[in-house]
Design a protein around this ligand. Structure first.
Ligand code: SAH
Ligand code: SF4
Ligand code: F3S
Length: 481
C-alpha cells in the first residue's frame, strides 16, 4: 500500500485545497469510518467493482479499487460483497439494460445486509435521464458519480457516511487531470495507462464525446513517470489508452505528437512491449507508421476501426475518411510493417445503410483480411445526430446483414490466424488456462493467444513457443528451451 504519511495528513485540520492532497485526506478519513463500521460488524468489510465498458472503463475501475483497498475494504466476489460498485458503459443500449437488471437483483440483498452499499459510476451516469430514473426508482443506491470525478471516490464515501442519504455528484465536463492517486492493477506484469481523456470527434452515432467530455492529453512527463514507476514494480507491457490516441498532444501547452510520445516511451529501460488503442484512421500519420516500423517494443498489432466500408455512410458517420483512403492507409502500413496484425470495429445498420453500402463493408473486410473484427448492431443513442436521422434500417434486415458479416469475418480470421502455424514466437504468459490447469495462456506480439503446457510460476515471463496447431482464434504451442 502507498505510504500516506509522507503527505502528513492531519484529520483535525480542514481538508487541503490541492486535489491530490485533498483526496489523501479523505482516504484517511474514510479509513476511520470503514474501521469503525467493520468493528461494529465484527468482521472485515468487503467490496467488488464490476466493469461494464471498455479498457478505459477498466482502468478507471483499477483506480477505484486502489482507493477501496486503501481505505480498508477487502475484495470479494460480487455475490458476497458489502460494497458493490458498477462502473457502467452506455455506448450501446444493451449495456444500459444490463445495469438496470443487475441493480434490481441487489435490492433484496441490501434489505438483509445492514453494511451493504451500492455505488454507480461511469459513462451511463453522465446521462441526465439515467440520474432521474435512479432517483425515482432506485433510491436504495448510495453513491452515484460520473466519469470526470472518479478521483473523488474517497471523498464521496465520506459524504455518504456523514449524510446517510444518496450522494449524487455528476460533472458535465472537466479540464482537470488529477495525478498520483492510488490504483490496484489487475495484472502484475501489464497495465493500461491513460494518455488522454475524452473525445472531440463526434462520430454521429457515438455517445462517448457527450459522456467523456472534451479531449485532453496528460503531460508526457507524467505519463513517462507513471510508466517508469510501473516498470520498477514489475510491469513489462503497457497499453496506452485514449479514444483517439493519434490525436495525442494537440491540446498540450507544448504540443507533441503521438509518434514523439512513443519514441520517448520506447527509451524506458525494462519495458518490453508497447500497445495502444484506439487509433482513428483519419489521424494516423506517416510519422507514426515510421515509428512503428522501426520500434523494437511496439507490438505488431493495430486496432483500426473502419466502422463501415461505404464512403457515403462514413460521411454520414462523420468519420472523415473514405473507403479508398482507409484501404490506402492499410496498404501503407503493410508495406512498412509487413507482419502487422490488423483488427477493427464495424457497425451494421447505421441509418440509411443500403444493401450496396453493406456490400462495400464486406468488400473492405475481404480486401483487408482482418485478424479479427468486433461487429456491432447500430444502437440509437439519444442526443447523438444519428438518432434523428431518417431511414433507420429495419431490425430483420440488420440481423441478416450482421449474420453475413460475422460469417465472413470469422472465416477470414481463421485463415489469417493460421499463417503463423509452425513458427516460433515470443509469448508473454498471462494466466493459467481456464479450461485446463496444466496449461497456461500467453499472448504474442500480434495479440493472438497461445495455450501451452505450464504452471502459475510462468505468469509474467516471456517464453518462446513453437506454434503447433491453429485452433481458429488461438494456438496450441510447445515451449522451446
Ligand atoms: N474511440 C474508438 C471507439 C470507442 S467505442 C474509435 O473511434 O474507434 C467502441 C466501438 O463501439 C466503436 O468503434 C463502434 O464500432 C462501436 N459503437 C459506438 N457507438 C455505437 C453505436 N451507437 N451503435 C453501435 N456500435 C457503436
Ligand atoms: Fe466515439 Fe468516434 Fe470518439 Fe471513437 S472517435 S469515441 S467512435 S466519437
Ligand atoms: Fe462505454 Fe464509456 Fe468506454 S460508454 S465504451 S465505457 S468510454
Amino acid at each position: 500500500m502507498s505510504d500516506h504519511n509522507k503527505y502528513n495528513i492531519d484529520l483535525t485540520m480542514d481538508p487541503p485545497a490541492e486535489d491530490t492532497l485533498r483526496q489523501y485526506y479523505f482516504i484517511e478519513k474514510a479509513k476511520q469510518y470503514v474501521k469503525a463500521e467493520s468493528e461494529e460488524a465484527g468482521r472485515p468489510l468487503t467490496a467488488c467493482i464490476t466493469t461494464f465498458g471498455c479498457q478505459m472503463n477498466a482502468r478507471d475501475s483499477e483506480k477505484l479499487r486502489g482507493i477501496l483497498l486503501d481505505i480498508g475494504y477487502e475484495e470479494a466476489p460480487e455475490e458476497e460483497a458489502d460494497f458493490v460498485i458498477f462502473n457502467t458503459c452506455t455506448v450501446r443500449e444493451n449495456a444500459n439494460t444490463r445495469v438496470y437488471g443487475r441493480l434490481g437483483q441487489l435490492k433484496p440483498r441490501k434489505k438483509k445486509n445492514p453494511h451493504m452499499k451500492i455505488g454507480l459510476c461511469g459513462c451511463m451516469m453522465q446521462e441526465p435521464e439515467v440520474i432521474e430514473k435512479l432517483k425515482k426508482s432506485y433510491s436504495f443506491v448510495d453513491i452515484v458519480f460520473g466519469t470526470h470525478n472518479i478521483y473523488k471516490f474517497a471523498e464521496l464515501i465520506c459524504q455518504r457516511y456523514e449524510s446517510k442519504k444518496m450522494v449524487v455528484d455528476i460533472w458535465k465536463d472537466t479540464d482537470k487531470i488529477v495525478e498520483d492517486l492510488p490504483n490496484e492493477r489487475k495484472y502484475s506484469f501489464k497495465s493500461g495507462i491513460n494518455i488522454m481523456f475524452g473525445c472531440n470527434n463526434f462520430c454521429s452515432y457515438c455517445i462517448v464525446p457527450y459522456v467523456r467530455g472534451r479531449e485532453r492529453s496528460r503531460k508526457p512527463e507524467d505519463i513517462i513517470r507513471e510508466i517508469k514507476r510501473l516498470v520498477a514494480d514489475g510491469v513489462t507491457e503497457v497499453m496506452l489508452l485514449g479514444q483517439n490516441v493519434n490525436s495525442y498532444g494537440k491540446t498540450l501547452d507544448e504540443p507533441m505528437t503521438f509518434a514523439q510520445l512513443l519514441t520517448e516511451i520506447e527509451k524506458i529501460e525494462g519495458l518490453k512491449r508497447i500497445r495502444f488503442m484506439t487509433s482513428h484512421p483519419k489521424d494516423l500519420s506517416d510519422e507514426l507508421i515510421d515509428v512503428m516500423a522501426s520500434s523494437k517494443k511496439i507490438c505488431k498489432h493495430l486496432h483500426l476501426p473502419v466502422q463501415s466500408g461505404s464512403t457515403q455512410i462514413l460521411e454520414k458517420m462523420n468519420r472523415r475518411y473514405t473507403k479508398e483512403s482507409y484501404l490506402h492507409l492499410v496498404e501503407k502500413l503493410r508495406a512498412k510493417v509487413p507482419d502487422i496484425s490488423l483488427t477493427t470495429d464495424i457497425i451494421v445498420g447505421f441509418p440509411g445503410e443500403t444493401e450496396e453500402d453493406f456490400e462495400e463493408t464486406l468488400d473492405v473486410v475481404r480486401k483487408v483480411r482482418y485478424d479479427s473484427a468486433f461487429t456491432f448492431i447500430y444502437s440509437k443513442r439519444t442526443g447523438t445526430p444519428a438518432a434523428k436521422m431518417e431511414n433507420q434500417v429495419p431490425a430483420d434486415v440488420v440481423k441478416d446483414r450482421f449474420d453475413r458479416l460475422l460469417a465472413e469475418v470469422q472465416s477470414i480470421a481463421a485463415e489469417v490466424c493460421a499463417v503463423h502455424e509452425g513458427t516460433t514466437q515470443e509469448v508473454l504468459i498471462e494466466s493459467v488456462s481456464d479450461h485446463d490447469p496444466s496449461m497456461v495462456t500467453g499472448r504474442m506480439s500480434n495479440n493472438l493467444l497461445v495455450h501451452l503446457k505450464g504452471d502459475a510460476s510462468m505468469i509474467g515471463s516471456y517464453v518462446n513457443a513453437h506454434l503447433t496447431e491453429c485452433k481458429g482464434f488461438y494456438y496450441l504451442g510447445e515451449l522451446v528451451e
